[in-house]
Design a protein around this ligand. Structure first.
Ligand code: NIG
Ligand code: FE
Length: 409
């Protein structure tokens, strides 16, 4: 019997990404109840009882995954952008009370509705490029009520738009003015009040921190990880973005999902990540926008077998980027990832960075039927073009939406 949602997507080339990269030319995928139940050559597709969706010769990839964003925030910082172009550094701006604190002021002042109003267009920009899952961090509230507001807004993004949202609590992002000179006390509030309350409300899928000279120390970060571990929550870390704080070793010790940024990562950090299976999340938008000149040790990470993910880091200070395709292009152009690695970085490895690799990230039987359909000649075209969007349709849990060409059904 034909079940609701039974469909065969056919006349497609599949970049399955199984095992890092895999392809099936002239392929087909059968989905039922939002899951993939068959993948293979078009000629052998089991079509009986299913709705047929003709892909018109497009390429199909897993739905793209943006595994590191601060996309829910209020205001922007184009003034700081100008100041930095005139010679100020990111750290100088932050120490002068701007930087993250500037966005904290704007985000605290915004209602939840206003936060959503400003954030939804940014999310929509990602979705138009085939993104089906995004991670959204808090970290611009820095008190319980404002962090809760951010995370509730993040959850509402997932309820309002066709995207799955993974929320991350980033209370340890910067020191709020109420705690000036009392960073350890603030970490106490993060661990003992904010995190337990937010977790109890179901707002926290993972816990992050900013381990940096202008953020929190290695020891303070460890207290946050201990609190997360007590609640059974996975951890990840903004690590070695501006200096080597041995954050990668720390997050690996806690079997962290990912260490992110990593421009100043050393060999020991690479080895620790490899041993723990911690994913390296590369954020070329921040490197580009800060005019950084120290690239992350991509060759070392690759040689050690560390999975490389790529994300936008969408945020108003270091990466006002709402194009995952441009992030892929930058990872290739700036750091010589191969286009296949960049695509794996936004699919299979990004899924692992969210701890969701059993569910999403590849086109294989049992996974959720989240796909992007592309009018391209080869998968490398996704990383090649700059500012061009060849997405021709997106499938969320088996449901095709917003096709930009007519589909024969
Ligand atoms: O991922 N480095 C810390 N956090 C953000 C930037 C936050 C900001 O400047 O607003 C990042 O780069
Ligand atoms: Fe970030």
């Amino acid at each position: 019997m034909r079940q609701e949602g039974d469909a065969v997507f056919t006349n497609l080339h599949l970049a399955t990404m199984v095992g890092g990269y895999g392809e099936q030319r002239d392929g087909a995928v059968r989905v039922a109840n939002g899951r993939i139940v068959w993948v293979g050559p078009r000629a052998g597709a089991p079509t009986a009882g299913a709705r047929i969706v003709d892909g018109g010769g497009c390429w199909m990839t897993p739905g793209l995954i943006d595994c590191h964003t601060h996309i829910v925030h209020a205001g922007n910082r184009s003034d700081e952008f100008e100041a930095r172009l005139n010679g100020a550094s990111y750290e100088e701006v932050a120490r002068a009370g701007g930087g993250i604190m500037s966005t904290v002021r704007a985000t605290r002042a915004a209602s939840e509705g206003e936060l959503l109003r400003q954030s939804l267009p940014r999310v929509a920009s990602l979705l138009a490029e085939g993104v089906t899952t995004i991670e959204i961090k808090s970290g611009y509230g820095l008190d319980l009520a404002s962090e809760a507001k951010m995370l509730r807004a993040a959850r509402r993004v997932g309820a309002m738009l066709p995207v799955d949202v993974a929320t991350t609590f980033l209370g340890a992002h910067a020191l709020p003015p109420e705690f000036a000179g009392r960073a350890d006390d603030y970490i106490g509030a993060v661990c003992e009040q904010m995190l337990p309350a937010l977790a109890a409300e179901g707002l926290v899928d993972a816990v992050d921190a900013f381990c940096e000279r202008i953020g929190f120390s290695n020891a303070q970060t460890e207290r946050v990880f201990e609190a997360a571990a007590k609640l059974g929550l996975p951890v990840k870390l903004h690590a070695e973005q501006l200096s080597d704080q041995r954050g990668a070793q720390l997050v690996a010790r806690y079997r962290g999902l990912s260490a992110d940024h990593l421009e100043h990562l050393g060999e020991e950090g690479v080895a620790a990540m490899a041993a723990a299976g911690t994913v390296a999340v590369l954020l070329p938008g921040a490197y580009y926008f800060l005019r950084d000149t120290t690239p992350p040790p991509v060759a070392l990470l690759r040689a050690a077998g560390v999975a490389l993910a790529v994300a936008t880091d969408c945020n108003p200070g270091t990466s006002p980027l709402t194009s995952i395709l441009l992030a892929m292009n930058m990872a290739c152009t700036l750091w010589r990832l191969s286009p296949q690695e960049a695509l794996a970085g936004c699919t299979v490895h990004a899924a692992r960075a969210l701890g969701r690799h059993a569910d999403i990230g590849t086109i294989e039987v049992g996974k959720r039927a989240d796909f992007a359909l592309w009018d391209i000649a080869r998968p490398a075209d996704l990383s090649y073009a700059m500012g061009f969007n060849p997405c021709r349709g997106v499938v969320n849990a088996g449901v095709l939406r917003a096709p930009m060409v007519s589909w024969r059904d």
